[in-house]
Design a protein around this ligand. Structure first.
Ligand SMILES: [Zn+2]
Ligand SMILES: [Zn+2]
Length: 284
């Protein structure tokens, strides 16, 4: 498995530890989705990560993993301890080198107990059974951007249309920028260049003093950059309702200025913002 860095360098990945949006190189460096263009021979589709212990598990070998942990028995569990269930003390006088000594003998009966089980009754009862209870977080195209788009997003060949879509060109800089104002927001088309010539839109950026989103339209919907990777838009239920209400009631208008924006991860809680992003790169 290799990744192609934006710098053009192809880097070998250490596949012993796998992640959704980052990579360990065999030289021991950590790199992120946002630093790469594509993944070659991605092995992640074959693997998942144990949600409890973090072990990397190959598809079909999950049962083996669960059994290995369970078969170790609680005696190998960090929380296993000896509990005293009965204690008897006897005292006797004995002769020791011609002297009378008092010998006190304590007999304790022990049983193995798991403090984890006792402190967390809602769990499976032992740390070694928790792997099975919590299961495997498989790497899938839905949760791992480069499994779905191994070559990343191809640049959108829409530069010629940006002018018609209302973008103005700022060419004072080394690389020209294209942007337009929409209410309080600035929409910027971030371009990709070869030899100083732009050949496509890498993504769009929508921002004002409070928000800053990078987004990209794809065949199956909008993607937004979150935690240095691309994640598919999830529309919050409240926004879904707002959109439905708006479309059934012509008197109400939707706009970016009046909309409430709260974001948590990749969920956008604003109908106005969503419409803005959908319209952003079109000419209407
Ligand atoms: Zn595990
Ligand atoms: Zn245990």
């Amino acid at each position: 498995m290799k990744v192609l860095l934006k710098s053009g360098k192809l880097v070998e990945i250490d596949t012993r530890y796998l992640f959704h949006n980052q990579y360990n190189t065999i030289e021991g460096k950590r790199i992120f989705d946002s630093e790469i263009l594509r993944v070659v021979d991605d092995v992640r589709g074959e693997y998942g990560k144990c949600r409890y212990c973090g072990a990397i598990i190959r598809r079909g070998e999950e049962e083996k993993h669960f059994k290995e942990r369970e078969n170790a028995g609680c005696i190998n569990c960090f929380w296993c301890f000896d509990r005293v269930t009965d204690r008897q003390t006897t005292t006797e006088i004995e002769m020791y080198n011609n002297e009378r000594v008092r010998v006190r003998k304590t007999i304790e009966k022990l049983e193995k107990a798991c403090r984890y089980a006792e402190n967390s009754p809602e769990t499976s009862g032992c740390t070694l059974k928790e792997c099975r209870r919590m299961g495997i977080d498989w790497f899938t195209p839905e949760n791992t951007f480069f499994l779905k788009f191994p070559d990343g997003f191809s640049p959108l060949p829409v530069i010629d249309r940006l002018g018609a879509a209302g973008f103005s060109v700022e060419s004072r800089f080394l690389n020209a920028t294209y942007h337009k104002k929409i209410g309080s927001y600035t929409l910027q088309a971030i371009l990709v260049y070869t030899d100083g010539k732009p050949y496509g839109v890498e993504c769009f950026r929508l921002y004002n003093s409070r928000i800053d989103y990078r987004f990209m339209p794809a065949v199956d919907g909008l993607y937004i950059k979150s935690n240095s990777t691309w994640k598919k838009f999830r529309i919050a239920k409240s926004v879904q309702r707002t959109i439905e209400n708006h479309s059934s009631s012509p008197r109400r208008t939707t706009g970016p200025s009046g909309s409430l924006e709260i974001t948590s991860g990749k969920t956008i809680h604003s109908a106005g913002l969503l419409n803005l992003m959908r319209r952003a790169y079109s000419c209407d």
